[in-house]
Design a binder for this molecule. Structure first.
Ligand code: BT5
Length: 229
């Protein structure tokens, strides 16, 4: 495993777009000043409080649509080696106990696929209380970990899933198995539009299929949450 460690950067995804291509290379930062989420959102990245890593991978000729799901799944698999209770939230989050602990941001750039992964490691409850969404860290969940071991497990899972994607063999059913929102009542918030329905399944192109009063909807980019009764 080849790793470039940087002290501080705007975003490890941006760093990964700037360096020469090398399949499997990962960039790790202690701190990000402009950590990115999806659609222009931010990823809070305080110094040494999280793992901020981006993997440089061969650009797949197909299946980019399911890469958020697929690499969310890799992140889940790596975390499950340290403890139980982690699950996936469509399309790209890892949760535990109803709180977000990790997020994934895949981006295509020229010759490469950059997969950025952020995992909250040592934030305290107080620090997390100011986050815009219910969030947690491995420390708060009482899960012991070793940073280097986590990185190397993550690397292994990311490279494995990348090969599956390339061959068209990533199993959507495996994703669904770890995604408890499937078959539950959900609220979907799309740009300027929100509705409720039942999440039926994830389609082969990565879209979430939701059954609403007006019929089936295919959800590509939205925030979806389970409706608690
Ligand atoms: C994500 O976006 O969850 C993708 C996060 C990817 C971060 C990694 S870190 C290494 C690499 N370099 C980068 O610049 N990015 C990647 P999204 O689903 O859009 O979620 C973003 C939302 O999560 C924000 O709008 C907040 O509500 C919330 N959030 C921000 N920081 C958080 C954190 N540290 N923990 C939990 N939730 C957070």
């Amino acid at each position: 495993m080849k790793v470039i460690y940087v002290d501080r950067t705007d975003s490890t995804n941006e760093e990964a777009k700037r360096v020469p291509f090398f399949h499997g290379l990962c960039i790790v930062a202690r701190e990000q000043t402009g950590g990115k989420g999806r659609r222009g959102r931010r990823w809070l990245s305080k110094r040494d409080k999280g793992l901020y890593v981006s993997f440089i991978l061969e650009r797949p000729s197909r299946n980019f649509g399911i890469s958020s799901l697929a690499f969310g799944y890799s992140t889940l698999k790596a975390l499950l080696r340290f403890g139980d209770g982690f699950y996936l939230k469509w399309p790209n989050d890892v949760y535990i106990n109803g709180k977000k602990i990790a997020g994934v941001l895949p981006e295509l750039c020229r010759d490469r696929l950059v997969v950025g992964i952020g995992i909250n490691l040592t934030y305290s409850k107080e620090e997390l209380s100011s986050f815009p969404v219910p969030a947690t860290s491995l420390r708060v969940e009482g899960i012991e970990f070793d940073r280097d071991e986590l990185l190397s497990l993550l690397h292994r899972e990311v490279v494995k899933v990348h090969s599956l994607l390339k061959e068209g063999n990533f199993s959507i059913e495996e994703f669904e198995r770890h995604c408890p929102m499937i078959r539950r009542e959900v609220k979907v918030v799309e740009e300027g539009n929100s509705y409720v329905g039942r999440a039926l399944k994830v389609d082969t192109d990565g879209a979430l299929i939701v059954k609403t009063e007006e019929g089936l909807k295919k959800v590509f980019a939205a925030d979806v949450s389970v409706r608690e009764r």
